[in-house]
Design a protein around this ligand. Sequence first.
Ligand code: SAM
Ligand code: DTB
Ligand code: SF4
Length: 321
Amino acid sequence: MSKPLREIYNQSFFDLLQQARTVHLQHWNGKYIQLCSLLSIKTGGCSEDCFYCAQSARYQTVVKSKELLDDDEVVAAARAAKELGASRFCMGAAWSGVREQTQQFEQVLNIVRAVAALGIEVCVTLGYISESAARTLKAAGLHTYNHNLDTSPEFYPNIVTTHAFDDRLKTIRAVQQAGLSLCCGGIIGMGETVDDRLRMLEILTSFDPPPDSVPINTLIPMPGTPLENEKPIDVFDLVRLVATTRIALPRSKVRLSAGRTLLSREAQAWCFFAGANSIFFGGKLLTADNPSADEDLQLLAVLGLAPNRAGSNCDNGKRAS
Ligand code: SAM
Ligand code: DTB
Ligand code: SF4
């Protein structure tokens, strides 16, 4: 891990926040927060063993497996999310990956076409895909593909054994080669060190172009998974990582992602000040709870923040693309 990121991260807390806020306001309008709604379109029964995930078939969790939803059900959820103020709709599937010329892929294409027709940014996270599949998704109207690094390459074997960090990089390359926008981040609180977090961030900064958005998830310890007993992270570590991400990736949206139900409103306000400008919005993530839409809209209002409009980039002209 390079020294500058560690130096940025280890400044005194307020110096770090001040630097992050300055960078943030150079690139973004500080008023806007992107609201992304999530829907699990295929739940549970996954062949992979990601130690944090309640959807792996290997663990006994409360998650009930559900087949791929049909387009009508998904469109209804996307329409409702848009009406509540979401500008991006992200659909997750508990698959290790998906291949072209399968019935499942064709069904996902139908879903993407139908949701894109609503005039909302469409994102999917389906596990590994080829460049050709990514191109086909883009042609169907997909805006963004989410595929997380999740942690450093060194720590990765401690949280997943059924695929490798390099497999993640392959999919990320395919997504970028296909010209899709990339959403890529990770999870903190799985037992990794601060250096692991910064190493992940260093790899994110090496992508060309940089990721459109960087989700920072804090582990939700799901009962029945190998990480069910992990201790909660120190909130200042989260704020420091958000601030360092903002400085290292000034043009990426930094999304305060899973785990906000465990954060106070004040902690979330610190994260927004440190440069987070996107959240998952709506009472449910994929299988876990998220703050309700009402709670979040109230929090934004109290802080004088506002949702960005569908199709805009929360930049108010400050951001080129
Ligand atoms: N199966 C696909 C994959 O793994 O790429 C897509 C769905 S997967 C559930 C998407 C992301 O959700 C993971 O990469 C991880 O960052 C996040 N995630 C899953 N379970 C989580 C948990 N318990 N706490 C925090 N983040 C979690
Ligand atoms: C991301 O980085 N976080 C989201 C989204 N991308 C797909 C998923 C969070 C999942 C939290 C656990 C759950 O709901 O099961
Ligand atoms: Fe499967 Fe994705 Fe969960 Fe891993 S994170 S077990 S690949 S759904």
